[in-house]
Ligand binder design. Structure first.
Ligand code: 13P
Length: 248
């Protein structure tokens, strides 16, 4: 039985002061939730958020990291630094990293491999643009992203990771994929994992949907058999996040 996982990707929002306010508004209601709950603030805010979350079972994720441990990589964050901060998860390959910062599947693959080596669980994001969806090639596009990002990743590792299907056309647009569209792709992803690995791995890996998830659509999306949670952007920055977690 896969435990649901609801992660809030705060993106580049919330100063330390603002983050403390948000955590104090959310933590009591979310502590002990049926789903695993993860807050993913800016790396600069992680230690303050972690401090605020003491005594709760809410986990912490980072939004990115580099694949080297140390050295002349100006502006980058080392996996060891994240580990030292007590981070449990790291979002890798978010479409904003891919599109704004030019991250390739090959680079993301190196980060995924390094995350496992550092014992930080990756939340690997994949998803197609509107153009790709209109061309009808979304399944092969997402499959290629997954295959390339999972090179050298072993079945025992895949079992523990999280894959987030986030169609780019549904991110921050208010336009959600229908629950059928989301389920269809998450099912395709699970079938692909079965093909690349085995049935056990495919039935264990958790697959989230992300893209304009809000209280009004959470219940329907989260009730789909192949959707094991959500990666939430805008709605994770307010009390709506509580309703999303409780929609399960
Ligand atoms: P929104 O929920 O704001 O559409 O963002 C989704 C997302 O990108 C989460 O990683």
């Amino acid at each position: 039985m896969r435990q649901m996982i609801i992660a809030g990707n705060w993106k580049m929002n919330k100063t330390i002061t603002e983050a403390k306010v948000l955590v104090s508004e959310l933590k009591e209601e979310l502590n002990g939730a049926e789903a695993e709950v993860v807050f993913c603030p800016s790396t600069l805010v992680v230690s303050s958020v972690k401090e605020e979350l003491k005594g709760t079972d809410i986990k912490i994720g980072a939004q990115n990291m580099y694949f080297e441990e140390s050295g002349a990589f100006t502006g980058e964050t080392s996996p060891l630094m994240l580990k030292d901060l007590g981070v449990n998860y790291v979002i890798l390959g978010h479409s904003e990293r891919r599109n704004i910062f030019g991250e390739s599947n090959e680079l993301i693959n190196k980060k995924v491999v390094k995350a496992f080596e550092t014992e930080i669980t990756p939340i690997l994001c994949v998803g197609e643009s509107l153009e790709v969806r209109k061309s009808g090639k979304e399944v092969s596009f997402v499959s290629e992203q997954i295959e390339k990002c999972l090179v050298e990743v072993k079945d025992e590792q895949v079992k523990n990771m999280v894959i987030a299907y986030e169609p780019i056309w549904a991110i921050g647009t208010g336009e959600t994929a229908t629950s059928e569209q989301a389920e269809d792709m998450c099912k395709e992803i699970r079938n692909l994992i079965e093909k690349l690995y085995n049935t056990d791995t495919a039935s264990t890996v958790r697959i989230q949907y992300g893209g304009s998830v809000k209280p009004a659509n959470a219940k329907e999306i989260l009730s789909m058999p192949n959707i094991d949670g959500a990666l939430v952007g805008g709605a994770a920055l307010k009390k709506d996040f509580i309703d999303i977690v409780k929609a399960i």
